[in-house]
Ligand binder design. Structure first.
Ligand SMILES: Cc1ncc(COP(=O)(O)O)c(C=O)c1O
Length: 401
């Protein structure tokens, strides 16, 4: 046999095995055996993109000038529209040349931003449990990701705990953290930050000298009149923070891959430089459609959030009847529920397999989001109200009787 080197790079070896693989395999087996699996596992939107956005894509797809390479930072019209959106929604005035960059979804912006600003020797703080890229993008960039436990309790208690955890970590860690990653509404825990959180985070960032990346993927997905704030609304934020934003959730454009990153011009500039090496930006037809979504899509985004709210209500009512513990979310696409006490000893992964096996219900095990996700399950609000009720009935039948 040839004496080949290890094919995977050292950084690939940092990445854990794909935890959903085993559940996907069981789901495929069940489906092949004719079981109708009710699937809450992935936050992958199921509802259609608004028709007027699709129409614009079709129109733009017929224009040859859109078939060329676009620009890595997005066409100027899209950046201007994103700035107009931020002015309208948040009262934040952005320079489309230097403070806005279009991206191939917010995940792309987030991960390339990490690569552009972080490297070996850098330390990053991430609240845990965490969306995997919040820990692994810094690690892929060579930095160390240190968790700050969100813990249990109300949103306000969690916010206080995170702020004091960030402060304490900055006082004790060497080297001092270079960046803090936050996300509200949060995936997977569905926590939100209130307006009081951000001035204090910015005060800490100034005092300890760290940057902030706010993953704002669920910016428009919020309930009961709650409006998630942009970090850029708060004084001092643009000196040290930027925010990633997506078209995926408010306009059901997840497969289109469109988003942007806004805020601190040095961070945006570095993202622009690195993207210049890695990609040619989005398809210009998608960019044209994204402009129309941003300009005319407020009502569609509000209707989508109202749909998620109705699904949340049905799911929370059902889980309450089953006696499961959770905090009803004020935003995001998930309910983060505790595994019932009698099933905790078997481990969350085993319980999710049991749930699939006995009830034909697929949920994401909390441990997929780090060790302190153990004992929790994440349920995405992607099934219809009727199917959510059906899932609750199956769970009652399987576990409560
Ligand atoms: C917190 C968070 N950030 C980013 C993303 C990815 O968004 P995009 O489709 O814009 O890449 C998701 C998707 O589930 C998410 O939950």
């Amino acid at each position: 046999m040839a004496n080949l080197p290890s094919i995977a790079s050292a950084r690939m070896q940092l990445l854990p095995p794909y935890i959903f693989g085993e559940l996907n395999r069981i789901k495929a087996e069940k489906t092949a055996a004719g079981v109708d699996v009710i699937d809450f596992a992935m936050g992958n939107p199921v509802d259609p993109t608004p028709g007027f956005v699709i129409d614009e894509l079709c129109r733009a797809a017929r224009e040859p000038k859109n078939h060329r390479y676009s620009t890595a930072n997005g066409i100027p019209e899209l950046r201007r529209e994103a700035a107009a959106f931020y002015a309208r929604r948040y009262g934040v005035k952005l320079d489309p040349e230097t403070e806005v960059i279009a991206s191939i979804g917010s995940k792309e912006a987030f991960s390339h931003l990490c690569l552009a600003i972080l490297g070996p020797g850098d330390v990053v703080l991430t609240p845990t449990p965490a969306f995997p890229i919040h820990r692994y993008s810094p690690m892929i960039a060579g930095a160390s990701a240190v968790g700050v436990a969100a813990g249990e309790g109300s949103d306000v208690e969690v916010q206080k705990r995170l702020l004091s955890g960030i402060d304490a970590a900055c006082r004790t860690l060497t080297p001092r953290p270079k960046a803090v990653i936050v996300c509200s509404p949060h995936n997977p825990t569905a926590r939100v930050f209130d307006r009081d959180f951000y001035p204090e985070l910015i005060r800490l960032a100034r005092a300890h000298g760290f940057l902030v990346i706010h993953d704002f993927a669920y910016a428009q997905t919020a309930f009961d009149g709650f409006k998630p704030p942009s970090i850029l609304e708060f004084e001092g934020a643009r000196e040290l923070a930027c925010e990633t934003w997506t078209m995926s959730k408010p306009y059901n454009m997840a497969g289109w891959r469109a988003g942007f990153c806004v805020g601190n011009r040095d961070m945006v500039g570095l993202l622009k430089s690195i993207k210049g090496y890695f990609d040619y930006g989005l398809f210009a037809g998608t960019e044209r459609a994204a402009i129309v979504a941003l300009r005319e899509g407020d009502a569609a985004a509000a209707a989508q959030a109202a749909l998620y709210q109705r699904r949340r209500d049905v799911l929370c009512r059902g889980l309450r009847e089953l006696g499961w513990e959770f905090n009803p979310p004020r935003g995001g696409m998930f309910v983060w529920a505790k595994v019932p006490p009698q099933f905790r000893a078997m481990g969350t992964m085993a319980f999710c397999k049991l749930l699939m096996d006995k009830a034909g219900v697929n949920a994401a095990p909390g441990v997929a989001f780090g060790e302190d996700g153990e004992n929790y399950m994440r349920l995405a609000l992607i099934e219809s109200e009727e199917r959510i009720s059906q899932a609750i009935a199956r769970m009652r039948e399987a576990f409560v009787k």
